[in-house]
Design a binder for this molecule. Sequence first.
Ligand code: THU
Length: 158
Amino acid sequence: MKAYKIEAVLHIYEMAELSEEDRELVEAAKQATNSSYAPYSKFRVGAAARLQNGVVVVGANQENAAFPSGLCAERTALFAAGAQHPDQPVVALAIAARKGSRFLDKPISPCGSCRQVISGMEDRHGVPIRILLYGTEGIYVSEGISPLLPLRFVGDDM
Ligand code: THU
């Protein structure tokens, strides 16, 4: 038997260490939590996607009384970007979450379905997406989806 070793490295930055572009994107994700519709979980998540041309498209989680019909912030942002700017690759995605008015100290990380959609968005344009996960104690940065979704399924596998 052989072992298949998987290594994932994220980097943790302070806000001041980020580039101005990344800082702006994180601020846009924090701001986007205001558009969250989360009457059931009361957990407000915002996401902001930067396109290659510099345009920023935001999303926020949208819940529904039939729970599975709701959608995460990441996917609302990415699907809006894909629908409004079909020819533009997404180059970075920032995510922020809060309970009440308090942003989380440790960042949340995208759910499995969102990871698959981020992966699909990378494959669609052949461009990796820099993922910035905001927490008050630090911003976790993943260069592309691969560290968060190793051995992922891509269209080329079919
Ligand atoms: N949620 C997101 O929007 N993004 C995540 O990465 C994790 C979870 C939302 C879905 C639901 O509205 C609420 O947070 C609680 O799970």
